[in-house]
Design a binder for this molecule. Structure first.
Ligand SMILES: Nc1ncnc2c1ncn2[C@@H]1O[C@H](COP(=O)(O)OP(=O)(O)OP(=O)(O)O)[C@@H](O)[C@H]1O
Length: 254
């Protein structure tokens, strides 16, 4: 008998989620979420404030451990036994508040994890870091400390730092929140490059233009559940649910 695709993860998908639930005490933040993402896909997660978007992507590298259901990345099930160092080398997360180490320079922020986790020699780690810092257009700040940078500059360093671990999956929580339009188009370019390299991206955003631009598919969430998974052309012109229509109306009038 074949395994039930409603309960068993798809081993051929880069990300496969089945009935994933997360509780904060008795509050259900994620309620039996299921979806698959193919290698190199760019998924944007949209939804009202408090709908569970950040919680969902935080489950992927176990910053938030899920309570039930199955989450698998590249065919490997993620659970309490998973080696977190290994997992976080595979799954990069760019936080909304950057989370840079304040006592380290930009360059050292980028080289620390490759040197410690992957044992990359310092010179090789620095060469790679400079390459990614150039890609996000911040290489000239390599010797500065985070406090000396603007929010948008720190955001770009956080992206370069995550790329230095050469992850297979990149998670972004509001990557454009602190960026001007020029820098946003830089992030769009980075995400397109990542997709071409086969890196899978999940991105939470409130920026509708950005979402429309980069998403291969939109996941729309409300109250911890997925209401729609659709290509952006369809989601933005003809959403399937009234909740998504109301959400888009609000975003447009705002
Ligand atoms: N550590 C926590 N403890 C208790 N409740 C939490 C915790 N983190 C999140 N929540 C609750 O879980 C729900 C989902 O939060 P989450 O941050 O995932 O939402 P979100 O969709 O990302 O919201 P926003 O768009 O405002 O960032 C919210 O109601 C939030 O208050």
């Amino acid at each position: 008998m074949n395994p039930d695709p409603k309960t068993m993860p798809d081993p051929s998908a880069m990300i496969s989620v089945r009935n994933l639930s997360k509780l904060y005490k008795d509050f259900i933040a994620l309620d039996r979420i299921s979806f698959d993402v193919q290698r190199g896909e760019k998924i944007v997660v949209l939804g009202p404030s408090g709908s569970g978007k950040s919680t969902l992507i935080r489950c992927f590298n176990r910053i938030e451990p899920h309570d039930s259901g199955i989450l698998s990345i590249d065919g490997r099930v993620i659970n309490a036994q998973t080696d977190l160092t290994q997992l976080r080398a595979t799954v990069g997360l760019v936080f909304q508040n950057y989370n840079l180490f304040p006592h380290l320079s930009v360059l050292d922020n980028c080289t620390l994890a490759p040197r410690l986790v992957k044992k990359t020699p310092r010179a090789d780690a620095e060469e790679m870091a400079m390459r990614f810092l150039r890609q996000v257009n911040i290489a000239e700040q390599a010797n500065k400390y985070p406090i000396q940078l603007s929010g948008g500059q720190q955001q770009r360093v956080a992206i370069a730092r995550a790329l230095c671990m050469q992850p297979e999956v990149m998670l972004f929580d509001e990557p454009t929140a602190a960026l001007d339009p020029e820098a946003i188009s830089g992030v769009v370019g980075i995400m397109n490059d990542l997709a071409q390299q086969g890196i899978t991206t999940l991105c939470v955003t409130h920026e509708m233009g950005f979402a429309r631009h980069i998403a291969d598919r939109i996941i729309f969430m409300d109250k911890g559940r997925i209401l729609e998974i659709t290509p952006p052309a369809e989601f933005f012109t003809n959403p399937r649910t009234q909740r998504a229509r109301d959400f888009l109306d609000q975003m447009i009038s705002y």
